[in-house]
Design a protein around this ligand. Structure first.
Ligand SMILES: [Zn+2]
Length: 298
């Protein structure tokens, strides 16, 4: 009697354990993990998602932006880059997910999910800077040049590819200290105000500048404010910009790999001295490059 009782208890424990193991092996609910864990205005973000059943495609929408997910076979999760504009107010914003699951040989079944993702407030500093007068009060001729540059940039941005070109984590373009961070409110010559939409590295002129990830060069030419400027398209709406270069080592249309030298640093355009300005543009908004460089990406 006693032996039989222990036998049935042991059997029950075994059944419960294998049930738990099955639950762990196959997710039965959605999970969403964001990186960095604390999201603020101005940050790029990586979402990793597991779906309750296998899906063929996964897309999302957050803060009015479409997000395309890729599947990482090694971790069996879907991943995508997203971003929070500098202007975004603190709050909880719903991330909407839509997947198409395999459901036999017939039509695919649509599954969806929504989770509110918190955005906290980040305060950015304000600084006063001096630059040559023509950069705060450009002549009519220079204003014409600035307008022309806007069109050149808009055309380049439009040529960006929807396919993902970036792969793995992003690498710093130079090995140097940061001289100015993203998001600083700048007042030039006491009058003209602009937000610093990139990250400045303290490098002397002539330092080799590397592509932060794989991509295609969609712009490499001199511009009025940016100086000699390179724009690399990493796909899925993600671009990186390298400003104030003294020399180009690539040309428009070139495919570049992560770490490849694309130019030499300098102080061309509206710069207070030689340095490298790196900017990250995602779906039309500028995001903090420092955060992008810290993300662990598949
Ligand atoms: Zn800068």
């Amino acid at each position: 009697m006693c032996a039989r009782f222990f036998h049935s208890v042991a059997l029950m424990v075994f059944v419960l354990l294998s049930l738990a193991a099955n639950l762990l092996a196959a997710p039965t609910h959605w999970t969403i993990v964001n990186q960095p864990a604390r999201l603020v205005n101005g940050t790029p973000a990586l979402f990793r998602v597991t779906t309750p059943k296998p899906v063929r495609t996964l897309s999302g929408n957050w803060l009015g932006h479409e997000i395309m997910f890729s599947f990482d076979a090694s971790s069996k999760t879907w991943f995508a880059l997203a971003g929070v504009t500098l202007e975004t107010k603190p709050g909880a914003y719903p991330l909407e997910l839509h997947g198409e699951s395999f459901s036999g040989p017939s039509a695919a079944e649509a599954i969806s999910f929504e989770k509110k993702i918190r955005v906290e407030h980040q305060r950015y500093p304000r600084v006063l800077l001096k630059v040559p007068g023509r950069y705060t009060a450009p002549s009519p001729e220079e204003q014409h040049e600035i307008e022309r540059d806007k069109q050149i940039k808009a055309q380049a941005f439009e040529s960006a590819s929807p396919e993902r070109e970036w792969k793995g984590s992003f690498a710093p373009p130079v090995n140097a200290a940061i001289s100015d961070v993203f998001g600083v409110e700048r007042v030039f010559n006491g009058s003209v105000q602009s937000t610093h939409q990139g990250l400045d590295f303290r490098v002397p002129g002539g330092t080799s500048v590397a592509a932060v990830n794989r991509g295609r060069v969609i712009l490499a030419r001199p511009l009025f404010f940016e100086g000699n400027c390179v724009v690399i398209d990493h796909g899925q709406g993600l671009l990186t910009l390298y400003l104030h270069l003294s020399k180009f080592l690539i040309k428009e249309g070139d495919e570049v790999s992560k770490g490849q030298a694309i130019g030499l640093s300098g102080g061309t355009g509206r710069a207070t001295g030689p340095h490298l300005h790196l900017a990250v543009r995602w779906q039309g908004v500028y995001l903090d490059p420092q955060t992008l460089l810290k993300l662990h990406l598949p």
